[in-house]
Design a protein around this ligand. Structure first.
Ligand code: TRP
Length: 502
């Protein structure tokens, strides 16, 4: 069975950019920027991009181009059992992220459906003591969606859409991304023009670029910026390796890595401006939470538009989120599919069946509508509470941990110098000698500091959730479940015997 390849370079670039551009660009970036002192966030962000983002994306692409296998099998070539286990860890950890990412997309779909009619008036949600007319538009609808059993159906629909997009691998992916990714730019440009022409919009943009330098001494800001770079560029997921494994052997991946990074980060800046203009124009102060940005703040801003433009922009915004999310989530499902097919030589149909079954169950867990916190002190429903806890470990630690171990294995076992020559083989821009100390020492040191500071913070309750009773038990359950699933699962999968392709 030969591997499929991308039909065109454009198709590959749109797929990789589609993976990178996601909810991270449209909501997490502006939310983080706001939370961490607006303009000041740019500095750590840019440093993280140059020191970590660019070298790692190029290495991940390089591994895929050379070995032309799924992520765990490629990492096996890099460093044997250790490498393969790291590969499976990355895949299982990102599967957890994908499960709840798809749940969030289910809620986005719910908001999109309501945008056509009722979203612009408040509803009552008696489960949470929200009466009609008391809470903001977004808040009332969001909690009404997540606490209704129908939310499971929404999640099911998004899963079916995802599987449909990767049904025939690169063939279907390429068709979908060629339409969705360029339209996302068009949508975003409409949003930014609208934002900048609002009274006060321009000042909002300036706010985004006005640094508050005092915040730079906080380690949490730096950890935020580095995690954001990992997430937004889809690093630590194994995705870039998988997508590059479908490239022709003689591809210039240095150039590809730069192009994808450029598209992703430009989109992120544009999204940041669009959202800050809106916030400022309507003097809304976003809650620190990122979900709040997407579901409460934006609808509140859009609802203040004149006349029919409310519905128009509402539908536009949620369609944008859904498309951006879909092209990201499907990139990971393809990564899992290729990993399983390459190791166990099963048919694509069977692989997709397994992924659908396991993944959908996980997403349903994150959408369980039972109310656990009627006062809304924390998350409200059981699903959202679990989502918060799993996100804390999988996003906050898993991605950085993958990045750390994979960088060490590549630079020390495979060899940094050898990696450099692989990268330079067909590239127009040659990577200089600085690459070697950067990946051998600087990147591992930075990630170690961030991880250690995070763990120290856990003990002093700095980043930890402060809650009591049953919710605490849930937090412990999430931690144990995450470790068993990722570390235990990756050990077992790496131990299993590879089945040769017939
Ligand atoms: N880069 C995406 C973003 O910015 C995140 C992402 C990429 C992702 N691939 C994914 C999230 C797979 C979940 C599953 O949003």
């Amino acid at each position: 069975m030969s591997r499929t390849t991308w039909k065109s370079k454009f198709g590959f670039l749109m797929a990789a950019a589609g993976s990178a551009i996601g909810l991270g660009n449209i909501v997490f970036f502006p939310a983080n920027a706001y939370r961490f002192g607006a303009g000041a966030f740019y500095l750590p962000y840019l440093i993280a991009l140059i020191l970590l983002g660019l070298p790692i994306i190029i290495m991940e692409l390089g591994i895929g181009r050379v070995f032309r296998k799924g992520f765990p099998s490629s990492m096996n070539e890099v460093a044997g059992f250790k490498g393969e286990m790291t590969g499976w860890f990355a895949i299982l950890n990102s599967s957890v992220i994908t499960m709840y990412y798809i749940t969030i997309l289910g809620w986005v779909l719910g908001m999109l459906i309501r945008s056509f009619s009722s979203l612009w008036t408040q509803v009552a949600v008696p489960e949470f003591g929200i009466e009609a007319g008391t809470a903001s538009i977004g808040i009332s609808h969001f909690f009404s969606i997540i606490s209704s059993p129908g939310t499971v159906a929404l999640v099911f629909v998004v899963w079916v859409l995802n599987i449909f997009c990767i049904l025939k691998g690169t063939k279907t992916i390429e068709k979908i991304v060629k339409v969705l990714v360029p339209s996302m730019w068009v949508f975003m440009i409409i949003m930014i023009v609208r934002g900048l022409t609002l009274p006060g919009g321009f000042e909002g943009m300036l706010l985004l670029f006005t640094p508050d330098m005092s915040i730079l001494s906080s380690l949490e800001v730096w950890k935020g910026a580095f995690s954001q770079i990992f997430f937004t560029l889809s690093l630590g997921f194994g995705i870039m390796t998988t997508y590059a494994s479908y490239l022709p052997k003689k591809s210039d991946i240095v150039n590809d890595g730069l192009s994808v990074t450029f598209m992703n980060c430009t989109f992120e800046m544009i999204a940041g401006i669009a959202i800050f203009t809106l916030l400022f124009a309507f003097s809304i102060s976003p809650k620190a939470s990122t979900l709040g940005m997407m579901f409460f703040v934006m609808p509140e801003g859009i609802a203040q538009f004149p006349g029919v433009t409310v519905q128009l922009f509402g539908i536009l915004f949620f369609t944008l989120l859904l498309s951006a999310g879909l092209t990201s989530s499907m990139s990971l499902l393809e990564t899992v599919a290729s990993a399983v097919i390459d190791k166990f030589a099963i048919s694509r149909k069977k692989a997709l069946g397994i992924i659908f079954g396991v993944g959908l169950s996980g997403s349903i867990m994150f959408s369980l509508p039972f109310v656990v916190d009627p006062e809304l002190n924390a998350s409200g429903t059981l699903g959202l509470t679990l989502l918060d806890f799993f996100d804390h470990w999988a996003f906050g630690y898993g991605l950085l941990l993958t990045g750390l171990v994979q960088t060490i294995l590549i630079s020390w076992i495979f060899g940094a110098e050898r990696m450099r020559s692989v990268l330079n083989e067909y590239s127009k821009w040659k990577i200089g000698k600085w690459f070697v100390p950067l990946v051998k020492f600087v990147i591992p040191a930075i990630i170690t500091v961030l991880l250690v500071s995070g763990i120290v913070g856990e003990f002093s309750g700095l980043y930890g959730h402060s809650s009591t009773g049953n919710i605490d038990n849930l937090h412990i359950f999430a931690l144990i479940a995450w470790i068993l699933f990722t570390v235990g699962g990756s050990f077992i999968l790496a131990k299993m015997k590879e089945r040769r392709q017939a």
